[in-house]
Design a protein around this ligand. Sequence first.
Ligand code: SAH
Length: 459
Amino acid sequence: MDYLPIFANVRNRLCVVIGGGEIGKRKAGVLLEAGANVRVVAPEIDPALSALSNVESIISRFEAQHLDGAMLVIAATNDRAVNIEVSKLAKARNIPVNVVDDPEYCSFIMPAIMDRSPLMVAFSSGGATPVLTRMMRSKFESLIPYNYKLLATFAEDNRELVKTRVTNPPKRRIFWEKALEGELAEKVLSGDVAGGQAMLEQMFVEEDNVLHGEVYLVGAGPGDPDLLTFKALRLMQKADVVVYDYLVSQPIVDMTRRDAERIFVGKKRNDHTMRQEEINELLVRLAKAGKRVVRLKGGDPFIFGRGGEEIETLAAEGIPFQVVPGITAASGVASYAGIPLTHRDYAQSCMFVTGHLKDGTMNLDWDALARPKQTVVVYMGLHGLDILCRELVNHGMPDNTPIAIVQQGTTPNQRVITGTLATLPAIAEREKPQAPTLIIVGGVVTLRDKLAWFHPKPV
Ligand code: SAH
């Protein structure tokens, strides 16, 4: 972030605009809308502007004393030397200053705004691309109905009332979300504020029935945030607490609500920050405290994700939950690596197995895996790669069968290492792929070369 966005309260405070041309007039207008007292300084000032109440006109060239008593100042003359002078003097006196179109001399910049007061949205690129900023604003303008003003005013007017009627903060947040998303919002947006008020009263009555929080078990996909589902994103933005582990990439964690509590529960091979039982208990405890909890899991929660165990505990405790499927590593990684998991000529079936080692062995049905015309995807298999390749050959798979290791698929660190059952263990030893890695075995791996130019690029 290059700038800290803040909203300034200028009501009844003195703001100074140096310059009386079109831009100066526009800036004075915005300040007046926000309730400021505006002093305009220029050799010539449009009488229509001077006539407005709350405007003090000083018909003069700029002098230092014009800044006296200012809470902030905007330099908008067409003489750069004057603007720079204003900026220097203001900065020396710690008065925030904006020089129009001259970021170097600004201590604050003015964003493009979407005004649905009391709801305000500010857009800025820090001067980098004003055109894109304005385009973004018009997109939002068309997305957020003008009547949001009504809804925002309704929320403002009822803020204290709701505070006294729903005293628990997490519950109050849920209450407000229900109110502002549902039928009540429709009523207010259509102009029926009294109808909305009646529904609010009704919601107070129902509120006593909503006693505890809930848990969303959300599949976050293999790494690229663009592979999140809409539902995942919606719930991530709703949750009060986010519980995540190392498979969830940082850009995805950053997409959760800013003020949500974030709890890292680790779980790397041989490095279990929190045991599974403790995670299950943590989810129960948070939900019972009235929190909405997102349990973010890499890929899909029900594919080697122990999601089943987590919801078993929740169900036993009577806690409401939802499971949101995600793109599992096999499908995400395969498509970003250019390896179709099935193909008419190479594979009619596809198996997902875990290569997790237990007591130094892999407990798999090797005969079933070694069948021809089948793709085998191995999760958590890197440490058992030798065993995997050896056993597949021992059970009848040709030793020139293609095999790939994909490191950190769909992320900017994606790397694909290919070989055959005979050669890959030595190649991997040399290349040292970094976790997480996925192994794909079968003829489909050769298609990668044909499709190489066509792979989606991780962002
Ligand atoms: N529930 C997850 C899998 C959890 S098991 C899912 O559906 O994808 C963890 C294993 O998933 C890792 O050891 C690795 O084999 C695989 N994996 C997850 N994300 C991956 C990625 N971005 N690239 C490669 N493999 C990945």
